[in-house]
Design a protein around this ligand. Structure first.
Ligand SMILES: [Zn+2]
Length: 218
């Protein structure tokens, strides 16, 4: 008999994978629509953070906004640093997409830890928090796929990168948090806020890059 915790974590990974595969299919069918798709994914992810992840993080810790800002700033700074160092060597847009994919991967790993920590409090709190969290996993998978395509990876490799970044990391983070045990549960609120911040950065970046691409076409 599977525990509700295992079902929720597997469901989260499954939702991400479904989102990534859906985006892979959609992008291959309609290349002209891909830029609009990036813009839309940015809107959906940003709304998800605003309406769900950020309020949840703030309800767990009143000073959660500081960690949300920290997570978002970390993503932005990482992109800035990478682009400065490599500006003569590679396409900045592709490098930015790599950084975003990395931030998404980190966020998704923290998601796994958050599932583990919320079940650590009680099974009911785990099911409530987990069901809320699971909703953002599908757009997250879509975002991972779109970012993987923006990195310039071949279309045969990009889905694998997207699945690794968004679907495989959640069970990984969950297993890591289980390994850490009680210590991970104590820092759940901070991890959750940092994770919301990272997703803020990813959402905004998709918004900006999608908007630029759409404007360039028209
Ligand atoms: Zn997530």
């Amino acid at each position: 008999m599977l525990s509700p915790e295992a079902v929720i974590v597997a469901g989260a990974a499954g939702m991400s994978a479904a989102g990534a595969l859906f985006a892979a299919l959609a992008a291959s069918r309609a290349r002209a629509l891909a830029d609009w798709f990036v813009l839309l994914a940015g809107v959906v992810l940003s709304l998800g953070v605003l309406t769900h992840l950020a309020p949840e993080a703030l309800s767990l810790r009143p000073d959660g906004w500081a960690f949300i800002c920290l997570g978002a700033a970390f993503g932005g700074l990482a992109e800035l640093l990478v682009q400065r160092r490599r500006e003569k060597m590679a396409d900045p847009a592709r490098l930015g997409a790599w950084v975003s994919l990395g931030a998404l991967m980190l966020h998704s790993t923290l998601d796994g830890a958050a599932y583990s920590a919320s079940f650590g409090h009680s099974e009911v709190s785990g099911i409530v928090a987990g069901t809320g969290l699971i909703l953002h996993e599908a757009p997250e998978g879509v975002a991972a796929m779109l970012l993987a395509l923006q990195t310039g990876l071949r279309s045969s490799i990009a889905p694998l990168a997207a699945l690794a970044a968004s679907a495989a990391t959640t069970p990984l983070g969950w297993a890591l948090a289980h390994g850490l045990g009680e210590r991970a549960h104590g820092s759940m609120e901070i991890m959750f806020a940092l994770s919301a911040g990272l997703l803020t950065y990813v959402g905004l970046r998709l918004l900006v890059s999608g908007w630029r691409a759409v404007r360039a076409r028209t």
